[in-house]
Design a protein around this ligand. Structure first.
Ligand code: NAD
Length: 350
């Protein structure tokens, strides 16, 4: 049974990953600082589970990481921990540099020292998987897509900090031989997504009869990937990826933001109609665009498909329907995330 050290495992993608990994029979040690984005409610079903240990701590705490590596001897470290919200990076970039760059460096150093001291065959089997974003590539025109060889051109402080962390991971492979893997993924959506991000925000505000804010003209194009497909891609890369390589992960689902909002409104119209019988689309309100807002991202995931045989299992229509259902059926998780009680006490706690 594999043991993995998962950083950022109380966040959106990390949380989905941990739940799926333990359900599949893996053992996971979750290291998470529990920033505002870390939500232990997500992992509530693993409370007391023999194959899961939660540790509250910072990836920048090198002695703590070293101790966890020594004590649990994981076969891999998966680094999801990051500051991730672009708008917050515009208001305050320093926290993004601290965690995404300085923190990742400390995690890499602790992991390198641990890995160097491992005996064979553990040493050869060990992996460091760094989870990153397609935002490092900047913005596209109306055509084309990002491949693994596209030059980095980050436009937001968030993207710049992730780009820096990707370069550090690359350098630790080339300089020290650390067996790294890096994935650059498009926009994820699905269960346990903090309700500041577009899709959960629109669902919640629609249900609360509030305006649905759409930046600019809503014409920004993103590729959308259902989070479970991302988690499966990470497991494939971990198991079969070539050391030192980067893999793009995408959903083959380019949509304009306004199309995403329309899809949510239409699903809610069917599943939970408004009391007055009108469409949720009437709540859409266009707001001033975000500074430096990238116009279009698109991912070419052909390397992952042709080398490792991975493809997303959900198309956008299936994924968004499942997502809307999840939020409709998990309003307790959402309301605790919205009112802040997820930070004060755990779900089910007295
Ligand atoms: P998230 O914001 O939901 O979760 C981040 C988690 O990291 C939180 O639980 C937080 O408490 C934890 N964390 C923050 N700083 C920490 C620190 N210093 N030490 C330990 N833990 C810390 O993020 P997410 O959306 O789940 O993204 C996970 C990773 O995937 C990030 O690295 C992000 O860049 C990348 N990514 C996200 C998307 C997306 O669409 N959400 C797409 C591509 C890549």
């Amino acid at each position: 049974m594999a043991t993995w050290l998962v950083t950022g495992g109380a966040g959106f993608i990390g949380g989905n990953f941990v739940l799926r990994a333990v359900a599949a029979g893996g053992r996971v040690v979750t290291l998470d600082a529990l920033t505002y984005a870390g939500n232990r409610d997500t992992l509530a079903s693993l409370e007391g589970h023999p194959d899961h240990l939660f540790v509250q701590g910072d990836i920048g705490d090198r002695p703590l990481v070293a101790e966890l590596l020594t004590r649990h001897r994981p076969q891999a470290v998966l680094n999801f921990a990051a500051e991730t919200h672009v708008d917050r990076s515009i208001d305050g970039p320093a926290a993004f540099i601290q965690t995404n760059v300085v923190g990742t460096l400390a995690l890499l150093e602790a992991t390198r020292d641990h890995w160097r001291a491992l005996p064979e065959p553990e040493r050869s089997a060990f992996r460091f998987l760094h989870v990153s974003t397609d935002e490092v590539y900047g913005s596209l025109g109306d055509t084309g897509s990002f491949s693994e060889t596209t030059a980095y051109a980050p436009n937001s402080p968030y993207a710049a900090s992730k780009a820096a962390s990707d370069h550090l991971v690359r350098a630790f492979h080339h300089t020290y031989g650390l067996p790294t893997l890096t994935t650059n993924c498009s926009n994820n959506y699905g269960p346990y997504h903090f309700p500041e991000k577009l899709i959960p925000l629109v669902i919640q505000r629609a249900l609360a009869n509030q305006d649905l804010p759409v930046y600019g003209d809503g014409g920004q194009v993103r590729d959308w990937l259902y989070v479970e497909d991302h988690c499966d891609a990470l497991r494939v890369v971990l198991a079969q990826g070539r050391v030192g390589q980067t893999y793009n992960v995408g959903g083959n689902a380019e949509r304009r933001n306004i199309e995403v909002v329309h899809a949510i409104c239409d699903l809610l119209d069917q599943k939970q109609p408004r009391a007055d019988g009108r469409s949720y689309r009437e709540q859409i309100a266009f707001v001033a665009d975000r500074p430096g807002h990238d116009r279009r991202y698109a991912i070419d995931a052909d390397k992952l498909r042709s080398e490792l045989g991975w493809q997303p299992r959900h198309d956008f229509e299936q994924g968004i329907a499942r997502t809307v259902d999840w939020y409709l059926h998990n309003q307790a998780w959402v309301s605790r995330a919205l009112d802040g009680s997820y930070r004060l006490e755990r779900i089910g706690a007295a």
